[in-house]
Ligand binder design. Sequence first.
Ligand SMILES: [Zn+2]
Length: 291
Amino acid sequence: MHMENTETAVVCKEQSDTYHPLFSSPGADVVLGARDGVLFRVHSFTLRTTSGWFRAMFSLPQKSESEQPVVIYMDEDSAVLEALLRCVCGLAIPRMDSYDLLEPLLYAAEKYEMPGPLSIARALSMTPPLLSSPLRLFAMACRYGWEDVAKLASTSSLSLDIHSPEHRTVLQKLTSVPLLNLFEFHRNRRELLRKRLNEAPFVDDGGGASCSHCGSAVDYHTWRELKYVMVLTMDSRPLGDTICDPGLTEWPEAQACWDARCVTCSRVLYDKKETLRAIRDCIDQLPIVIE
Ligand SMILES: [Zn+2]
């Protein structure tokens, strides 16, 4: 219950006649006033059955000496009120491809205890226009307890460098637990890859290696440098996709690896095709959703 908000809904006599065209039926017994002056005629039955807040409000004794419906002035502007009322009145829902509409709609739906608009917003949150801002979606999903949406958003966030200052504002919307989980998820991918690159089938660059063909001492510093670049790349883009393409074919550090040869017998030190496949496998096996 959010009855503390009742004082924000000022009830007074109807003064204007700027009705929203979809909500202008004279038969409707309640008039809602948006912050920008647009009025919406709605049946009290609809509001009572779709909103806990209105149900509580209409259960209070009503002063109705006048035939004229009273106007209940709301905090929301007409775009948000229209979206909310379309959802609860069974009309076509508006385009919700921007957070600028979705976030205030969710806020209002939660305030007025309207599960219908909340469920519609949740379903729409997983569509491409909203998924294209994964951190904003992640914050929204955590705020409303949408675990599946949060997981989907966490996967999409892997193409972002969450340490970059440009994401600070949206990350500030998160509470500490989901924020720490997100940082850990991104860092884990980097750390797991770093660990895997030091294991078989990759060469051991710790020193004392010898050429498998002629037995001469070989130095794997080119592999060490390539690993360093891969780990750095995972830090700024934990998805790791740019490591395989174009990284391992175009980076100078990769080229140096593929060109490296034993100084004695000139045999190549690294099997390029096999190394590429092994690195790609390692990246593919990293966790793809947040815990
Ligand atoms: Zn050799």
